[in-house]
Design a protein around this ligand. Structure first.
Ligand code: HEM
Length: 486
């Protein structure tokens, strides 16, 4: 139902006054002298619903109570245009649902899991084979965790490509990055817990990468693992971080993220490039328009996760064996882009310089001075969309070509250990020059604004990283040699 904003606010406040004034009615002490005393169950019910249960349902029924409860968390009215699926794709809401699904299933897993290397694996096997629905709960937890990474990444892309990071939304972008980091580390710390070959060696290879950081690398690695290699302290530390510290951070930061959306006056209003950003359009009641959409999306997502979990079991290899490394030894899939980068760049660049520059770039995105206000416009403009598409093609071709070139031509002719100049400075300078050239070429060639050119550069780098991740996951075989995916 689409209504005028002002009208709706008035009727809504009238509704809340109604539900609160009716609180006067239930004085639980007055019943002794009443002609029609309430029994204990009616009084308990009254204490919960804060209203006169004898009133007609349309005056003060369960629906109103539920509505009042929901509207304390959600806005009472929203701009009608923000309800369009083509703005959010339901991604932020899906991420929130997955976080809560993970909390629920994680709590259940805690009843069975034992965080000690000599018992962890057996406790998972026992959970899967002897505890009713144990396998299903584990599957739901695992697939939701992977789903959350994917959904949060897509949500991050939607925020970027709809320009929802400027003005009053700047800091919410930073909060979002914090959330995404917490999601990555939740996945990483959880990965070790089953203590199977996959977990043990993925954590070994990921933490071994830290060793390459000059000066502090070895110390940092031993601090993360609680020793020189994964062992009892690692399991205990990862377990505490995974089940207490990271959930506490998420529980604290998520409400803050939502509150900032309310403070920014809701979501960005989707519009065409020529439309005036000041026009907010008609407003719609959050109930049922927004809430019903959100609940439907949550139910569909739960059904999909349940179906996947019924047909695909979470992987569990043999028990961890520190003396027998699998070949190839790969990091968890979301770190494969970094592992792949490590095969082409000196570790100082792959693990320190490039990641630091990327993090710095991500954090500065909202604070750049943009020429145009593109909040709410997908891809800035039609031209911006075309430029982004070109960036996807260029990055895919250039990254694949660079990997092949390094693997079969340059790398094959370089002898000796990785060297700071030939494996570090030179390829890094080529990448920087390529990106800078691409930025100016696009800006000049398309007579683009800096919004459009920065978007194209962002697309170039993101696609490049995704291509590296795909190569690492599917195109690396025994001895981490390139192979045809199979
Ligand atoms: C666990 C991860 C996350 C959860 C659960 C989450 C949840 C949400 C929800 C429910 C919304 C409103 C609906 C929607 O836009 O789909 C939202 C909006 C927003 N999110 Fe996230 N988010 C997460 C991660 C991120 C990340 C990684 C970023 C960016 C770096 C981000 C930045 C924003 C911003 C700026 C808005 C406001 C969008 C607008 O005004 O249109 N969030 N988030």
């Amino acid at each position: 139902m689409v209504v005028n904003t002002g009208m709706d606010r008035r009727s809504l406040s009238a509704f809340s006054v109604m539900s609160y004034t009716s609180r006067e009615v239930p004085d639980n002490c007055q019943n002794k002298n009443d002609a029609n005393p309430l029994n204990i169950f009616q009084r308990i019910r009254l204490s919960i619903f804060l209203g006169d249960r004898t009133a007609a349902p349309e005056q003060n029924g369960h629906r109103n109570y539920f509505r009042s409860f929901l509207l304390h968390f959600r806005p009472s009215v929203v701009p009608e245009r923000t309800l369009r699926l083509s703005l959010t794709w339901g991604l932020g809401g899906m991420a929130a649902v997955l976080v809560f699904l993970l909390f629920g299933t994680g709590l259940m897993l805690k009843f069975a899991y034992e965080p000690f290397p000599d018992r962890a694996y057996d406790s998972i096997v026992y959970l899967e084979n002897h505890i009713p629905f144990g396998q299903l709960i584990r599957n739901i937890h695992r697939w939701s965790a992977n789903g959350l990474l994917l959904v949060a990444f897509l949500h991050f892309l939607r925020i970027f490509y709809t320009g929802a990071f400027t003005g009053s939304r700047q800091f919410n972008w930073i909060i979002g990055i914090m959330l995404f980091t917490a999601v990555i580390f939740s996945n990483f710390t959880g990965y070790l817990l089953p203590w199977d070959q996959l977990a043990y060696w993925a954590i070994t290879i990921s933490t071994a990468m830290l060793e390459y950081i000059p000066g502090v690398g070895t110390g940092l690695k031993e601090w993360v693992l609680g020793g020189a290699e994964p062992g009892p302290t690692t399991v205990m530390n990862f377990y505490a971080i995974h089940t207490a510290i990271l959930p506490a951070i998420l529980l604290f930061v998520l409400p803050f993220h939502f509150w900032r959306i309310r403070k920014a006056n809701g979501l960005v209003i989707p519009r065409s490039p020529t439309e005036d950003p000041a026009i907010r359009g008609a407003a719609a009641d959050a109930m049922p328009n927004l809430i019903v959409r959100e609940v439907t999306m949550a139910l569909v997502l739960l059904a999909v996760i349940l179906l996947i979990s019924m047909f695909f079991n979470a992987p569990l290899a043999d028990q961890a064996n520190p003396g027998l490394s699998p070949n190839p030894t790969k990091a968890p899939w979301y770190f494969m882009g970094i592992q792949e980068m490590l095969m082409h760049f000196h570790p100082v660049f792959a693990l320190l310089v490039i990641p630091l520059l990327l993090v710095f770039g991500l954090l500065s995105i909202p604070y750049i001075n943009y020429e145009a206000d593109t909040a709410g416009v997908w891809f800035c403009s039609h031209k911006g969309r075309k430029m982004a598409l070109i960036a996807v093609f260029v990055a895919t071709a250039a990254t694949a070509a660079a990997v092949l070139l390094d693997e079969f031509v340059i790398g094959a002719n370089l002898t000796g250990p990785p060297n700071m100049i030939s494996n570090g400075l030179v390829p890094f300078a080529i990448v920087v020059a390529g990106c800078t050239g691409f930025y100016f070429l696009m800006k000049k060639g398309f007579k683009a604004t800096n919004n459009e050119a920065i978007q194209a550069l962002f697309t170039l780098l993101t696609t490049g990283f995704v291509v590296l991740t795909i190569i690492g996951i599917w195109f690396r075989g025994t001895g981490m040699q390139l192979m045809w995916a199979g």
